[in-house]
Each structure stands twice: as C-alpha cells, then as structure tokens.
Design a protein around this ligand. Structure first.
Ligand code: ADP
Ligand code: MG
Length: 236
C-alpha cells in the first residue's frame, strides 16, 4: 500500500501551471527524497500533500483513500503530517503551549495529554524546555519543535519541506537523526530538500522534479547526475 500517492497531478497558481501531470508515490514505511532546483515545484507538491493547494487535475491518495481536493484537516486525519516550508513555531508561546495548540487543533482536546507525554518521551530536549518560550530556542531546536508538533498521533506519512534549510550542520544532524528514528518506527517519509546529500543518504528512493515535471524516479544514486545535468543546463 502507498502511504501517499500523486497520480498524474497538476496544480496551478492562477494561470501558472506549477505541476504538470506529476506522479509519485511513497510506499508505507519508505523514505522518498524529493529534490530539484529552485522553482521546480517541490513546495507545491508539499502544499498539495497538505491539502493547502487543490489539484486542477489528477488524484491525491492517502493510504489508498482518495482525498483529492479535501481540506487540510481531512488530509491530516487520513494520516498525513505535513511541515510546509518555513512553517515554524509561535515564538512567544512556550514549548508546551505550542504543542498543546497544535495537538488540540489536529487531534482534538481530549488527545492532548497523551500526545504531549509521547512527545516528551521522544524529545527529552523539549521536555526540559517545556516552559521556555519557543522564540528563545536555537534554530535547530525550533525546527525539532515544529516536527514534534505534527507527530502527535503517529502519522502514516510525514511530508517535510526543507527541514534543514538555514540550519548549522550539527542541527541538521539532529533533524536527520529524528527522521531516521521515524523511519525505523515504520513511518513513511517524503523528504523535500535542495541540499541533496543528506536526503539521498536516508532515502530508499529519489524523485527529481524539474519545471513541474518528474525528471527522474529511481534509486537515490541515480538522482545526482540528473540533478547535475539540470543545474548545468540552468546555469548555462
Ligand atoms: N503562491 C504562488 N503564486 C504564484 N506562483 C507561485 C506561488 N508559489 C510558487 N509559485 C511558482 O510556482 C513554481 C514552483 O514553486 P515551488 O513549488 O515553491 O518550487 P520549489 O519549492 O521547488 O522551489 C515557481 O515558479 C514559483 O514561482
Ligand atoms: Mg520550496
């Protein structure tokens, strides 16, 4: 079964077609890396997977269930935990308040205490800092908090858009360690990155997106030459 699948999916911003008949799938438990140059449409894929952008044609399936055009909460309920690009934390709220708000919104108030307890087990760093304002955490800690916020209810698939963007190498290590734990637990991951080495090392499969279309879909080692060719063409 595929955790999430885009089937011949197109999406537009007004007259501009950002995705043109994109097909890609993340099988249950697998890690798929989605890479490609700036403007390729990676974040649009992430927004489609979150229910934030409705496809103009094609299908979005989550665990085999057709959720094409469904609202974000419905897509989340189907099992997608989504971290859209640049999605952060509420800087003036504490770590605990950030988690409570997110879990209450996505899981309902009654699920909050259990979700918080599981989060503190998974992220002892957040437990230690539960009363600290999120804005005073380091960049890497804030990124981990933003990841923790969407993991309340053991999602079927995590879609993460440029989680490592702007972080120091040690903080990127922490993020990828958490992704590896999720993978070991059987959570499917769609990891979107421009900085490709890290994601290709973790991924079972790689998809290269270029100008809204799939330029490559296969073993991670096959992605780099395709990407280099695209970047070479772009540079020339
Ligand atoms: N809100 C928007 N309105 C109009 N065009 C957009 C919008 N968001 C993205 N685009 C355009 O869609 C294309 C794909 O963008 P995006 O999915 O953000 O690419 P990537 O994440 O790979 O850099 C780009 O050409 C971008 O300029
Ligand atoms: Mg992007």
């Amino acid at each position: 079964m595929n955790a999430i699948e885009l089937r011949a999916l197109s999406a537009s911003y007004g007259p501009y077609r950002a995705l043109d008949s994109v097909s890609l799938a993340v099988p249950d438990g697998a890690v798929v890396g989605l890479v490609g140059p700036n403007g390729a449409g990676k974040s649009t894929v992430a927004r489609v997977c979150a229910g934030l952008v409705a496809p103009s044609s094609g299908r979005l399936l989550v665990g085999g269930e057709d959720v094409t055009g469904a609202r974000p909460w419905r897509v989340a309920r189907a099992g997608v935990a989504s971290l859209p690009e640049g999605r952060g934390v509420f800087a003036r709220l504490t770590v605990a308040e950030n988690l409570e708000l997110s879990f209450a919104r996505w899981l309902g108030p009654s699920a909050v205490p259990d979700a918080i307890a599981r989060t503190y087990e998974r992220f002892p760093m957040l437990a230690e800092r539960r009363r600290q304002r999120a804005g005073t955490l380091s960049g890497g800690q804030q990124r981990l908090l933003s990841l923790a916020k969407v993991l309340g209810d053991a999602p079927r698939v995590v879609v993460a858009d440029e989680l490592s963007l702007g972080l120091a190498p040690a903080a990127v290590d922490d993020i990828y360690a958490q992704l590896a734990v999720l993978h070991a637990e059987g959570t499917a991951l769609l990891v979107i990155e421009q900085q490709t080495d890290r994601v290709l090392a973790l991924a079972d499969r790689a998809v290269v997106l270029d100008r809204g279309t799939v330029a490559f879909d296969g073993v991670p080692a096959g992605a780099s030459p395709v990407l280099a060719r695209i970047l070479g063409v772009t540079a020339g």
